[in-house]
Structures are given as C-alpha cells and as structure tokens.
Design a protein around this ligand. Sequence first.
Ligand SMILES: Nc1nc2c(c(=O)[nH]1)N[C@H]1C(S)=C(S)[C@@H](COP(=O)(O)O)O[C@H]1N2
Ligand SMILES: [Mo]
Length: 338
Amino acid sequence: MYIKKTPDWSLKESDATPEPIYRQRREILKKLGITLVGMPLATHADAGLFDSLLGSEPKQTPDKRRALASQSSAYSNRSLSLTPEEKILKYNNFYEFGTDKSDPAARSGNFKTNPWTVEVGGLVHNPLTLGYEDIFSKFPLEERIYRLRCVEAWSMNVPWIGFPLASLLRLANPMGKAKYVAFQTLYDPKQMPGQASRRLGGGIDYPYVEGLRLDEAMHPLTLIAVGLYGKNLAPQNGAPIRLVVPWKYGFKSIKSIVRIQLTDRQPPTTWNLLAPHEYGFYANVNPTVDHPRWSQASERFIGEGSLFSSRRQPTLMFNGYADQVARLYKGMDLRKQF
Ligand SMILES: Nc1nc2c(c(=O)[nH]1)N[C@H]1C(S)=C(S)[C@@H](COP(=O)(O)O)O[C@H]1N2
Ligand SMILES: [Mo]
C-alpha cells in the first residue's frame, strides 16, 4: 500500500531547483559508461567532478567524508527540489556545538566519530552493539530524499542515506511489553563545547534525549541516517549515526546517537523537558497548531540562492506525509498531544 511509483506527497513541478542537475549527473554517469555496480543509482559522491562537467562552480567544502553506495528507495520523494549540500552543511541546529546556525560547522571539525558504538537494549530479546563499521555495513543503505521541517519554521529537502530504524529494531527483537523507543546522543563535554557551558549549549541538560512510540519507530519512513548527498554524515549533521523522522519537527531527529533503549514508558525528551508548553512529545508537523510564539502555517524553504531570498511555502500536514502516517494518530486530539 505504501509502495507507489509516484509518491503522492511529492512536490509540484514548479518547485524545481537543483533536481534537474541531480538527474543530469545520473545521465552523465550513464554516458560515461559508469554503470555503478554496487551503486545502482548514482549517489552524489563526486559532486565536484559533476559540477566541473556541468561547467558550474564546485561547491565542495573540504572534508574527510567518503562515498557511500546506496539503493534508491520507494520511500524517497524523488521529485523534491534539493537544498544545496553546502547549506545542509552550514545551517544547522546541534546545540552541543553552540546555538548559532553556523556554530556546529565551525566547532565540530575535530569531533571524533570513529571508533563509535551504539548500544541497543532495554526491553529486547537480543541486545546488541553496533561498531563504527557496522553502522555502514550491517544493513543495505538506501537513499531517501525527505523534507526536513524545523519547529522554527524553516525547511530543507535532504537526500539522506541510511536504513529503516525498523530493520535495526527487528534485529534486537523487542519484547511484547516494549511500547516506546528512547534515544540518547553522545555525552562528551571535552568534545562538545555546548555540553561544557550552559551559555553555549542553550541551557539544555545534556545528554540530548529523544523518543518515539514503538509504532512510530517501526514505521517504514523512520530512518536511521548515516550519510547525505552520497557521503557519510559530517559531524554537524549528526555523524556518524542519527535519526530522521520526516513527518515530525526536526528536533525529534536526534543526532550522534550512542544508545537506543526499548521501554514500556514514554521516555523524557530534551525540548519537552526544557519548555513543555512549547514542545510536545509528538511534535508532528501541523500547520493548524501554532507554536505559542509563532505561526506554523507556513515555512521558509531553504533552496538555491541566498539564505534570505528563500521562499515561503505553506506547511503541509505531517510535513506532506499524511497519507503514510495519519493513521498512527487516529482518535488523538493533536492540539493536546502536540
Ligand atoms: N543531539 C542533538 N540532536 C539534534 C539537535 C541538537 O541540538 N542536538 N537539533 C535538532 C534540530 S532542532 C533540528 S532542526 C535538526 C537539524 O538537523 P540538521 O542540522 O542536520 O539539518 O537536528 C535535530 N537533532
Ligand atoms: Mo529544529
């Protein structure tokens, strides 16, 4: 029922920006005879090369990111116009590195993501630990182009690479009494200046924690991301492993995860602890439920061009994924359970 050739949550043709270039890159690969064994659909791995072939400016920031092969996915919104990689890398919320949008990129350059371990435990029959290489090799990687909607009313379209959280949870084999999944970010104040200073870290009590109901966590759209634009994640985007829940406000998509615990109780979540009347546990994108301090009816889409020329567009119910996820919330008052 979910698998559709043309996802019905896709954007209109008129929204096109860099998508043509993205497709062109795939065409060039084909013409060059690079048939991409193990890389069935071109990733963005060699953006610099393609940019030069296309005669446009190479926009690569120097980094140590490596190419990741991935399959395309039926859950990808392939018609979305992509936010340029450079903006996804430079305009971030990751308060562990500071509260300005430019802080995460500026302060996370030496963040150590290898070695890394993610513990999966709690109410599971098969507790397990993923090491750094497991993160990239244990599950087939898919590319998923998703909308990302921050509660602050800006949005991006991001080509993530990752695997369904459901695949990992199935491997851990949740017990019948497990009802929620709790996530935790690394706690390391030596590496994360926002954890060492309340001022830099925005007054948050670290580690950053998040949670989902088990049915939300098992939903096929819920992704564990390990890369974007064809490469592994940069630290500022939550390297080496983060959550992406496309129908919820961005703060649910917790970065740099070290612990995943199955529980029978709704777990505490960072923004809800900080301001419970402003940020709920559910945090489903909803144009009809405003933030107490601003409207959620529209959003500033960050695409091509300058950050300030970005265009306003209407917010979509469940961020455009209503057909896929609305059933999860049947009978709930979304005003009260925001
Ligand atoms: N650990 C942690 N995860 C986090 C945050 C954070 O401050 N710390 N910010 C969240 C918010 S508010 C958003 S909008 C997204 C931003 O992801 P991006 O910077 O990759 O676009 O990450 C989310 N995950
Ligand atoms: Mo956000």
